[in-house]
Design a protein. Structure first.
Ligand SMILES: Cc1ncc(COP(=O)(O)O)c(C=O)c1O
Length: 457
C-alpha cells in the first residue's frame, strides 16, 4: 500500500478568513494613479465601475478578512479541494522529490476562477447591484462569473472575444446554461462595439475591445457594475483560500514545501497558492516561490516594472506593474489565460522585493509537461496550468540530480477538457514556439516612456 494520496479537509475546516498580504509587504504597494492628473486615485474614482464594499477590500491593509457566511456556503459546494500527491509522476521522473498539488479543476466551472466569482457576486448583490458585466477570452472567467451570478440571482452579461465565441462553443454554452447573456465582441450593443464593427465588420475581437464594451455597458446603468477575474488586489485576496487550505493539508502530513509553483496570467491563482507561504518567507522562513509565464508573453521575466493601463483601451487607472505595454498583442498561444500584457501589482511588487522567482517556458515544453501529467496522473490539465507543471518537472529533475528529497507544491489551476485543440495541435506535431524578439519588446514598451515611474526598490 502507498502512503496517503489525497488529503481532504472536512467542511468545518474550510478557512474562514482570506489572507491579505498587504499587511506584511516589506515594501508597500504603490498607489494606482489617475491618468489625467498623475495623482493617486481615491475610492470614489472607482465607484461607477466597482461596488464600494469591494473597493474597500481593494485598499484594505487588514491582515485577515472574514469570508462572509453566504460566500462560505457557496464555496462549500466544491471546497475544500483535495491536496493530492502525484506519486505516478514522481515514479515516472524517478525523482526523490515529493510532489503535491491543489486540485482547483474540481470547481463546477473547472478552474480556480469561481473562488473570486462567487465572492464578487455576493458583494455586488449585498451592495444592491442587479447585474454584472465582464469580458472573457477563451471563456474560463466568463463561465466562472456566470456560475457566481446564478448562485446569487444576479444578471450576468459576458462579452466574449469573437474568435473564441466562434471557435470554442462549449464554454459559451456553459455560460448560457447558468443563465448568462454571452455575446460575441465586438457587438452591436455598445457604442464602442458599433464603432469597431463599422470600421471592420469582420473584426475577430480582442480582450481590450471586450473590456471596453463590458465597462461601457456596466457604467451605463446605476444597477450594474463591472467585474474582473484577475490582477486586482481583492481578486488575489479571494484566491488565498487555496494556499490557506494547502497549508493545513500539508501540516496534516508534517510537510512544508521547499518550492511553491504557480502559472501567471494576471496573477490570481499564483497569488492564491503562494501568498500564505510568501508571508512565511517575509518572516524568515526558507521557501522558494516560482511564478511561471509563457516565453510568448514574458511580462515578469522581460518586461519593465512601470506604470501602465490595465486594459488595451486605456480606460483604467495607471497601475504599477510589470508590463509589456497595454497595446502589446501577444502571439496566439493556446494558453489564452496567460496572454495578458501586465501582471497584478501585488505580484509585481513582490517580484521587485525578490520574494518571487519569475520563469518563462515555451509552448512546446508546456504541452510536453501536460502530456506527461495526463499519462501519469490521468488529469488533462489546462494549457495555462501546463506552465506550472513544466516548472514542477524541472524542479523534480533537479532534485534527482542533487539527490535531494525536496517537497514541491503547485496549483493545478484548471482542467483542459474544453481546450483540447491545443493538445491536438501538439500531438499532430503542428504546435510552434514563440519567443519574443528583443526588438518587439522595445517597440511595445515605448508607449510607457512618458508615464509616471514607480519606485523600483
Ligand atoms: C486554468 C487557468 N489557469 C490560469 C489562468 C491565469 O489567470 P491568473 O493568473 O489570474 O490565475 C487562467 C486564466 O484564464 C486559467 O483559466
Amino acid at each position: 500500500m502507498m502512503d496517503t494520496t489525497k488529503i481532504f479537509l472536512a467542511d468545518t475546516e474550510i478557512p474562514r478568513q482570506w489572507y491579505n498580504i498587504q499587511a506584511d509587504m516589506p515594501v508597500p504597494l504603490q498607489p494606482p494613479l489617475h491618468p489625467a492628473t498623475g495623482k493617486p486615485i481615491g475610492p470614489e474614482d472607482l465607484s461607477r465601475v466597482f461596488p464600494m464594499n469591494l473597493i474597500e477590500q481593494e485598499v484594505s491593509t487588514e491582515r485577515w478578512i472574514d469570508i462572509p457566511e453566504e460566500v462560505l456556503e457557496k464555496l462549500l459546494t466544491w471546497r475544500p479541494t483535495p491536496l493530492q500527491r502525484a506519486y505516478a509522476l514522481e515514479k515516472y521522473l524517478g525523482t526523490p522529490a515529493r510532489i503535491y498539488f491543489k486540485n482547483e479543476a474540481l470547481s463546477p466551472a473547472g478552474s480556480h476562477k469561481p473562488n473570486t466569482a462567487v465572492a464578487q457576486a455576493y458583494y455586488n448583490k449585498a451592495f444592491g447591484i442587479k447585474k454584472l458585466c465582464t469580458e472573457t477570452g477563451a471563456g474560463q472567467w466568463g463561465s466562472a462569473l456566470s456560475l457566481g451570478c446564478s448562485m446569487f440571482g444576479l444578471e450576468c452579461k459576458v462579452f466574449m472575444v469573437r474568435v473564441s465565441y466562434d471557435q470554442k462553443p462549449y464554454r459559451r454554452l456553459m455560460m448560457k446554461t447558468w443563465g448568462a447573456n454571452c455575446v460575441p465582441s465586438p457587438s452591436q450593443e455598445t457604442t464602442f462595439g458599433r464603432k469597431v464593427l463599422a470600421e471592420d465588420p469582420e473584426c475577430p475581437g480582442s480582450l481590450g475591445i471586450a473590456i471596453s464594451e463590458a465597462i461601457e455597458e456596466a457604467v451605463s446603468s446605476d444597477n450594474a457594475r463591472y467585474s474582473l477575474g484577475s490582477v486586482l488586489n481583492h481578486v488575489l485576496l479571494h484566491q488565498t483560500i487555496i494556499g490557506l487550505e494547502a497549508e493545513k493539508q500539508l501540516k496534516m502530513l508534517g510537510e512544508y514545501p521547499d518550492v511553491v509553483i504557480g502559472c501567471v496570467g494576471g496573477g490570481s491563482n499564483f497569488a492564491g497558492i503562494s501568498f500564505p507561504y510568501i508571508r512565511d518567507k517575509i518572516h524568515g522562513k526558507e521557501v522558494q516561490v516560482v511564478a511561471v509565464e509563457p516565453t510568448a508573453c514574458p511580462t515578469i521575466t522581460r518586461g519593465p516594472f512601470a506604470y501602465d493601463f490595465g486594459d488595451t483601451a486605456a480606460t483604467t487607472p495607471l497601475l504599477p506593474m510589470f508590463t509589456l505595454g497595454h497595446d502589446f498583442l501577444p502571439r496566439p498561444i493556446h494558453a489564452g489565460g496567460l496572454r495578458y500584457h501586465g501582471v497584478a501589482p501585488l505580484v509585481s511588487q513582490l517580484v521587485v522585493s525578490k520574494l518571487i522567482e519569475p520563469r518563462a517556458y515555451n509552448q512546446l515544453q508546456t504541452y510536453e509537461a501536460g502530456i506527461i501529467f495526463a499519462r501519469t496522473e490521468g488529469i488533462i490539465s489546462a494549457p495555462e496550468t501546463n506552465h506550472a507543471i513544466a516548472a514542477v518537472i524541472e524542479e523534480a529533475r533537479k532534485a534527482k540530480e542533487d539527490g535531494e528529497p525536496r517537497t514541491i507544491l503547485f496549483n493545478l489551476s484548471g482542467h483542459g477538457l474544453l481546450d483540447l485543440t491545443g493538445y491536438e495541435s501538439y500531438l499532430e506535431g503542428q504546435l510552434i514556439d514563440y519567443a519574443l524578439p528583443e526588438e518587439d519588446i522595445k517597440k511595445a514598451v515605448k508607449i510607457l516612456e512618458d508615464y509616471p515611474k514607480p519606485v523600483t526598490t
